[in-house]
Each structure stands twice: as C-alpha cells, then as structure tokens.
Design a protein around this ligand. Structure first.
Ligand SMILES: [Cu+2]
Length: 274
C-alpha cells in the first residue's frame, strides 16, 4: 500500500524528470527546453496558480460563512439590504487590479513569442490531412513526416508521437518556424519549447524557439483537423551543431527539393530551344 502511494506521488510530481513527451498521470507542463517555456511555466506557477488558489479559497470561505452565519435557524428574520456601495466598488476594482497585474507578464511572454530574433535556422512546417511536411528553405530540403504505426515502432519510440522523418535543429540556435497548411486548419505545437501556432491555409504564421538542451522532443497537431487529427505528431531532434551539419549533408541528398531539379531541367530546355 505504502509503495503504491509513493509511486502515485512520484507520478504526480508536476515536472517529470527528463521526459520530453507526455507521461502517464502527468500533472502540469512537460519539462521546459527553452526560455519561452521557462517564462510560461513561471507565469503559470507563480502568478496564475496563486491567484486562482487565493480566489477559490476566499470564495469557498464566503460561501461557508454565509451558510453558517445566515442559516435559517440562527437568522429567522432575513435582512432586506440590497445595496452596499463600498462593497460594490471593491468587488469591481479588485478583479480589475488582479487582471492588470496578470496582464503585464502575460503580454511580455506573448510578445516575446511574436518578435523573432535573427534566425540561425529557418524551417517551414506545412500541415496536411494528416501529416506534416517540412521545408528548410535555405537548404533546399523538403520532406514529409508521417507517424509510425504502432506495429512498426522500434525500441524507445513513443506510441502516437514518433515519426519516420524527424526534424533536426541545432541546440542554442534561434530557429524560426514558418507555419502554414495545405487543406484545413492544423496547429504546430511543441510543449517543451512553448510553441503553438495555427497552421492556416493561404497564410503563414511565424514563431521561433531556441532549444537550450539536446534531445528528442515530441508535439502534436493541436487544431482539430479531421478524422486522423490525433495521428499527425511532430518530432524535433535537438542536436549539436556538428551533428546538425552531418544531418544537413545527408538530408540535402535524401530530401533534395525536386522543384529545383525541375527548374534546372526547364532552364536547360529553354536554352536548347533558344
Ligand atoms: Cu492537423
């Protein structure tokens, strides 16, 4: 029994030790891997949670107090008071002040996600029904990323989260993500980086992240996009600069953008005709 309780408590620890993916019985956020996510976690843990707790406890106290103090047996003759200017001013002003105090760090985090620093790597994520396509516009790399079926999973690959072609980015570098979709609304979301942006057909949304540790990070499409919405996960490998360059070399061959080859062919043809 004791073991069970300890085990449950361990599972309920908000930040699971090194997981970059959701874990069973998880409460709270996945472990942060970027400054943006650190800020989001701070805002949640030290601003939202205390305010929510204080308000809940205060309201619970008021309800309990009213139930006991003004119960019928103790208070046979009900008061006819219906207005109290002081109290009304207080219960209007206090929530306003709370919202203003919350707005400051909230907007700070929001705008830090919007203002993209000079990017070291740019990737484009395109949502399709139901997989993600990726482009590295500066490297002429294009590939699609499909979920690995349960029966094909290899050791250590999480179910419903692992993909065949993973995204690679270097650690401690600013990665700009351009997000769009080709058919319906999707959303590119990676909890550990604090990134979530809608993928809208016909427009490009931008965001960025700077991963501060290496590892494999998992995310999912976060906009209900159809019957296989749950089966278009996102896998991002954060690797060292060296490993990234190695991958780039390989990827430039394996995932070379065909359009460019076609363009060259077309250019050649035009020359021939001329
Ligand atoms: Cu989707």
């Amino acid at each position: 029994m004791f073991k069970k309780i300890v085990h449950t408590l361990f599972l309920l620890t908000p930040v699971s030790l090194s997981a970059n993916e959701p874990v069973d019985w998880q409460l709270g956020f996945q472990k942060s891997a970027s400054k943006t996510m650190d800020d989001i976690v701070w805002f949640h843990d030290y601003m939202l949670l205390p305010v929510i707790t204080a308000i809940t406890v205060f309201v619970l106290f008021l309800i309990a107090y009213a139930c006991i103090r003004f119960r019928a047996s103790r208070n046979p003759e009900a008061s006819t008071t219906s207005h109290n200017t002081v109290i009304e001013v207080i219960w209007t002003l206090v929530p306003c002040l709370i919202l203003i105090v919350l707005a400051v760090p909230s907007f700070k985090v929001l705008y830090s996600q919007d203002e993209i620093p000079k990017a070291d790597v740019t990737i484009k994520a395109i949502g399709y029904q139901w997989y993600w396509g990726y482009e590295y516009p500066d490297e002429n790399i294009v590939f699609d990323s499909y979920m690995i079926e349960e029966k094909d999973l290899k050791e250590g690959q999480p179910r419903l989260l692992a993909v065949d072609n993973e995204v690679f980015v270097p650690v401690n570098k600013v990665v700009k993500v351009m997000i769009t979709a080709n058919d319906v609304l999707h959303a590119w979301a990676l909890p550990s980086f604090g990134v979530k942006r809608d993928a809208v057909p016909g427009r490009i949304n931008e965001t960025w992240f700077k991963a501060d540790r290496t590892g494999t990070f998992y995310g999912q499409c976060s906009e209900l996009c159809g019957i296989k919405h749950a089966f278009m996960p996102i896998t991002v490998n954060v690797v060292t600069e060296e490993e990234y360059n190695q991958w780039l070399e390989k990827a430039k061959v394996e995932f070379a953008k065909e359009e460019i080859k076609n363009n060259i062919k077309v250019a050649k043809k035009i020359k021939e005709i001329k």
